[in-house]
Design a protein around this ligand. Structure first.
Ligand code: B12
Ligand code: SF4
Length: 657
């Protein structure tokens, strides 16, 4: 038998000649006899790299490093193996270790640069640290549309920071979003407690139901537990949560956990789920204070009172555990002059955290609140209309352009509620030469002249959606839209002629809608098809609290399958489709779905293009499992065309209602 040094020499010559398995065999015999030979482990690792067995490379080089941790070269080799194994974080720390040991190691410098440039996660994720001595801790749990800038939360943050109080705001949605995506980025898939692999993007607009599963929330719960322990230690005077339809499950679970650990903590809730005083408490039962609708003027005084040790009751715009039993709720004061509220700047976090949204997606702007018309019978968004001055909105847009934003979406129900303000805003944008791309949703109206649309185009509007909803004179009257089909045609033509991408929507099956109406709507959409680019939303009618249909169902011959009051109080937000229908003519959810299918198939055959949100609704309603409002699920037969079109449609961009 050759000596060890002879054996190594023979192995080296095999290796140089490309006889890798012979070389490996000899090296393995050597380490079998002398396990401490770190240089042989290293060589075996390099051999494994050559044969692309990176797992084995990491194992062998790891042995070398363990035996002799001071050799910079070993760390560099280990970094390379990790890099090719698809573990850039580990690779990066290996290269960093090399440079700690040997700063002049040029290869490692290059490797570190490469691994950082090419593969490192683009933002640094803050850890969750609760400050001590807080008067108000404001939280926002996931999920919220993509890494969206939460404007409502920002207005509450602004209102609180205008006071003398010590306030901290944490948008946990964005923190958890990045934590989750960082792992996916490094090739580590999230596995839930039951072993299920989470392959879907759980922040995706279509996947929000995933968050109703405890085990999905469980993925983030270790961080929440840690935060809860900090809250118990730091004892903020109040903890506020911004709650909407998507994060209600997470928020409620957090409130339960917090109150179990610290029953004296004052929990203040607000947000979309707290729009109506009879609905909010059924959705978020464990609150101490619930602020109904907008809180710009009410949150500051309430937070100050709580911080001062008071527990006020019976406040306008606020529900509380301390309220006098039987108290009749009265709405709180609303901000009338929107210019008085500073616009959102999201100061609580490094804006880079939101950059996937605002650099490559769109930046949300709120130029108005509520709706000027406010009379559509199905609509739950008929809040009092107010708007900001053109100058202030232009100031906001200009400021964000300096910080890298280019595409802005007006996130509001009735962007052109005051057309002159919109015209003036466009004039201001043109005068300031702001190079922006703008999107918004418009209400059809006569005041939208051809010149109006040309001005919008000149300012940079690239996408406009019209909430048309009904497509015939009769259904427009049934829905109380306030315009005729002639105006629809004129608005669409004038808008589309400017070159702005024009989108439309449709609501199906309102009380009184006949099969003849459906035929006419189909024909009218086809008449307009050259004046719009896509039908972006198609919705079968839902009954929503806040709408005229729920306020006075008898007037519209809406009947319930059971006792009306009992159904509406059991499902205050929106009764399940299976529990109501309308008469003259008879329309239930099955009728609506049949109409939807007929409309979709006819329009598709006639060359009408559907946008991703519409296709998703159509697919969910006619093909997939559809939540029935009350939690029941039912199946429909498949609809291959929607499937095929969905597959062919690019990822969803901005989505509004
Ligand atoms: C713009 C908008 C959006 C934008 C939000 C953009 C953004 N950056 O914030 C987008 C498109 C993302 C969106 C999404 C959704 N939306 Co939306 N949206 C609206 C719309 C048109 C305007 C909201 C707005 O900006 N109002 C102005 C700001 C200043 O008010 P705000 O955000 O409500 O915040 C105030 C209060 O809520 C309160 N507040 C907020 N947080 C907190 C926290 C505390 C502690 C307190 C005390 C108070 C408080 O004070 C704030 C300042 O006054 C409203 C309709 C309307 N007119 O309100 C619907 C509306 C709010 N949306 C609605 C729906 C259904 C949705 C979606 C569920 C749609 C969907 N099917 O996915 C999602 C939910 C969010 C999600 N997917 O994660 C419903 C109600 C939703 C609900 N109950 O949760 C509304 C009312 C429309 C409707 N009637 O159907 N939406
Ligand atoms: S549907 Fe649109 S136009 Fe009609 S009331 Fe609602 S927000 Fe206003």
């Amino acid at each position: 038998m050759a000596t060890i040094s002879e054996a190594i020499r023979i192995a080296e010559s095999h290796q140089q000649a490309g006889r890798l398995s012979e070389a490996e065999q000899i090296f393995r015999q050597v380490v079998g006899a002398e396990m401490h030979r770190h240089e042989i482990w290293h060589r075996l690792g390099l051999l494994a790299c050559q044969t692309k067995q990176y797992d084995e490379a990491v194992r062998c080089i790891g042995r070398a490093v363990a035996i002799c941790p001071k050799v910079a070269e070993y760390h560099n080799s280990l970094g390379v193996a990790y890099y090719f194994l698809g573990k850039p974080a580990e690779a990066e720390s290996c290269f960093q270790r090399v440079l700690d040991l040997k700063p002049e190691f040029v290869e490692a410098q290059r490797n570190l640069g490469a691994v950082r440039q090419r593969v490192s996660y683009p933002v640094s994720i803050p850890s969750i640290k609760i400050q001590s001595g807080l008067d108000f801790l404001l939280l926002h749990f996931p999920p919220f549309d993509y890494p969206m800038l939460p404007s409502g939360l920002a207005y509450v943050h602004n209102a609180l920071t205008r006071t003398e109080l010590r306030v901290q705001t944490i948008d946990l949605n964005i923190v958890f979003f990045h934590q989750f995506h960082q792992k996916r980025f490094y090739g580590i898939a999230d596995v839930t407690a039951s072993g299920a692999l989470l392959s879907a993007d759980i922040w995706g607009y279509a996947n929000h139901l995933e968050w109703e599963r405890e085990e999905v929330m469980g993925l983030f719960w270790p961080d929440v537990d840690d935060m809860l322990a900090q809250i118990v230690r730091c004892r903020p005077k109040a903890v506020g949560l911004s709650v909407h339809a998507s994060n209600r499950g997470f928020s409620n679970r957090f409130i339960r956990a917090l109150r179990a650990l610290s029953p004296e903590t004052v929990v203040v809730v607000g947000g979309y789920e707290c729009e109506f005083p009879n609905v909010g408490p059924t959705l978020i039962p464990d609150y101490v204070y619930m602020m109904i609708f907008e809180a710009d003027l009410t949150i500051g005084p309430l937070a100050a009172a709580i911080a001062g040790g008071h527990r006020p009751k019976d406040l306008p715009g606020v529900l509380s555990r301390f309220d006098t039993p039987g108290r009749v709720f009265e709405p709180g004061p609303l901000l009338q002059n929107l210019d008085e509220a500073d616009f959102p700047r999201y100061q609580w976090a490094d804006l880079e955290l939101y950059q996937p949204q605002y650099r490559t997606g769109y930046f949300p702007i709120i130029a108005s609140r509520g709706c000027f018309w406010g009379r559509c019978r199905f609509c739950a968004e008929c809040f009092p209309y107010r708007y900001r001055s053109a100058k202030k909105v232009a100031d906001e847009i200009e400021e964000w352009t300096h910080r890298g934003a280019r595409t802005f979406q007006f996130n509001e129900s009735d962007f052109n509620g005051e057309p002159q303000m919109v015209y003036d805003l466009c004039t201001e944008i043109i005068r300031r030469n702001l190079q922006v791309s703008l999107m918004g949703q418009l209400r059809v109206q006569k005041k939208n002249t051809a010149e109006h649309f040309q001005q919008l185009r000149r300012a940079g509007f690239t996408y406009l959606r019209f909430g048309i909803d009904a497509w015939s004179d009769h259904t427009l009257r049934l829905q109380c839209k306030g315009y005729t089909f002639a105006t629809v045609l004129q608005n669409l033509r004038d808008c589309h002629n400017t070159g702005v991408q024009t989108a439309v929507n449709m609501v199906i099956g309102v009380p009184g809608e006949t099969e003849e109406d459906v035929d006419e709507m189909i024909q009218n959409v086809i008449r307009c098809k050259d004046y719009f680019d896509s039908m972006d939303f198609v919705n079968p009618l839902k009954l929503r609290w806040g709408s005229e249909y729920v306020a006075d169902p008898d007037k519209y011959k809406i009947r319930f399958r059971g006792e009306k009051e009992a159904i509406l109080s059991k499902y205050p937000q929106s009764p399940p489709e299976s529990l109501w229908y309308s008469e003259d003519p008879y329309i239930d959810h099955d009728v609506r779905l049949k109409r939807m299918e007929r409309i979709y198939e006819t329009l598709r055959k006639n060359g009408v293009r559907f946008g991703p949100p519409a296709l998703r609704t159509i697919k969910e309603c006619l093909h997939g499992q559809v939540p029935d409002g009350g939690g029941e699920y039912r199946r429909r037969e498949t609809l291959p065309n929607a499937d095929a079109e969905m597959a062919a449609t690019p990822a969803e961009g901005a989505n509004m209602h």
